[in-house]
Design a binder for this molecule. Structure first.
Ligand SMILES: *Cc1c(COP(=O)(O)O)cnc(C)c1O
Length: 426
């Protein structure tokens, strides 16, 4: 199946007389005839459901669709993108371990790593996505457990060189995790370039309608945990909290990572996506391919308009010829990047704030990547906890405006920008 078809068909195939849409199994609980039947589930001897904190059929249908879109072997939904990011790393690294992350990742991921996970005893090294090979090499330590990057950094719009980081990670016997939120599997499939695990905030394009917060983790099934057993005792030695199961042995490369995340992390930490939310997410996924195409077409037109505007000092959009990441985007995302653009308004911070005030169609929102056009001035909102040095290191200039093109008519979006720029410069 092609991606467009998977958006509709993958993950759930109704049998004769069953509902065409995925059923919403809102139940927390599942009934069994004997304790022995249920015992098999607890021992991970049989597949099935017993409690929705760990697994639920509605979620699994949707997770299977996303796994198919990414070309992975297993996936799990989480209650938010933050939970997906946290689990994806915590499934591999604990106190005393070390992780390498790109310095230009989403602000929420940066804070999760740099503050909260440090508090848990995990050490992080942040490297510039365009660092030299020597700098990247020097970041690895004997206790490094994974490398983390973002396909298109939110909001810096830096395109990550997935293949290069995957090669470096593999040389050191660790997997590469990619947050593929902005590109979506419609525009980029990180597994094809060597990434091992993919995460998403499904809150963004996948849902696409401001309707539901969620996340997902997908495993490529390619990383050979047993070949690096000394690095990953959690996967390669018996889990005493799960009847002595060794995940990598029992579930193989294809399923070990997600099974461990379900059996341990969901069990102990919760953060499952509500089945009703998974149903809404599935509605969004059905139109993902069509919407991504429109988002990219609109963003292209808006970026070209802004580039020629006398009121605009710079435009950053990896789909724009001449952009620093244009060539790299062509390699990783030949059919388009995303709908998010950033630009600077001449006159700096003050004119930028005036511009925001005069917008009528574009709404001021922390949100991005959905059907409605939204706009944000990160330095005074989402990123205000960061110092100027951290902002600049993260590629977020203090005067930068992040503009997320929706799927409205491009002429209307441009007319709104035009009148706000004129009004801001009066
Ligand atoms: C929004 C976002 C997240 C966090 O996701 P939530 O669903 O808001 O928890 C993670 N990564 C990226 C790239 C995002 O844009």
């Amino acid at each position: 199946m092609k991606q467009e078809t998977k958006c509709i068909e993958a993950g759930y195939t109704p049998k004769n007389g069953e509902s065409r849409m995925i059923p919403i199994v809102q139940s927390t609980t599942f009934k069994y005839d004997t304790s022995a039947d249920m015992g098999k589930l607890f021992d991970l001897e049989a597949e099935g459901y017993f409690y929705t904190r760990l697994q639920n059929p509605t979620n699994d249908y949707v997770a299977a669709k996303i796994a198919a879109l990414e070309g992975g072997t297993a996936a799990m939904l989480t209650s938010s993108g933050q939970a997906a990011t946290f689990y994806s790393v915590f499934n591999l690294a604990g106190a005393g371990d070390h992780v390498i992350a790109s310095s230009t990742i989403y602000g929420g991921s940066f804070n999760l790593f740099n503050v909260t996970m440090r508090r848990m005893g995990i050490d992080f090294t942040f490297v510039e996505p365009d660092c030299t090979d020597e700098e990247l090499e020097a970041a690895f330590k004997p206790n490094t457990k994974c490398v983390f990057g973002e396909t298109i950094a939110n909001p810096a719009l830096i395109v990550f060189d997935i293949e290069r980081f995957a090669n470096a990670a593999h040389k050191h016997g660790v997997p590469l995790i990619i947050d593929n939120t902005f590109a979506t599997p419609i525009n980029c499939r990180p597994f094809e370039f060597g990434a091992d695990i993919v995460t998403h905030s499904t809150t963004k394009y996948m849902d696409g309608h401001d309707a539901t917060v969620g996340g997902v983790i997908v495993d490529s099934g390619k990383f050979d945990w047993m070949a690096h057993a000394d690095k990953f005792p959690g996967l390669c030695t018996p889990d005493d909290s799960y009847h002595g199961i060794t995940y990598a042995e029992k579930f193989g490369k294809e399923k070990a990572y997600i099974t461990k995340a379900t059996a341990q992390l969901m069990r102990d930490l919760g953060s499952i996506q509500a089945p009703m939310n998974a149903y809404l997410l599935n509605l969004g996924l059905e139109s993902l391919a069509v919407r991504m195409q429109r988002h990219c077409e609109n963003a292209q037109k808006v970026a070209e308009y802004l580039k020629n505007s006398p009121y605009v000092s710079y435009v950053t959009y990896p789909g724009l010829p001449g952009d620093k990441y244009y060539e790299r985007a062509k390699k990783y995302m030949p059919n388009g990047t995303c709908g998010v653009i950033s630009f600077g308004v001449k006159g700096g911070r003050k004119t930028a704030e005036e511009f925001m005030k005069h917008l009528k169609l574009a709404i001021i929102a922390t949100h991005v990547a959905d059907a409605h056009t939204c706009v944000l001035h990160p330095a005074s909102s989402t990123h205000r906890q960061m110092t100027d040095e951290e902002l600049i290191a993260g590629g977020v200039l203090p005067d930068m405006i992040r503009f997320s093109c929706g799927i409205e008519n491009a002429e209307d979006i441009i007319a709104d920008i035009e009148q706000a720029l004129v009004a801001a410069n009066k």
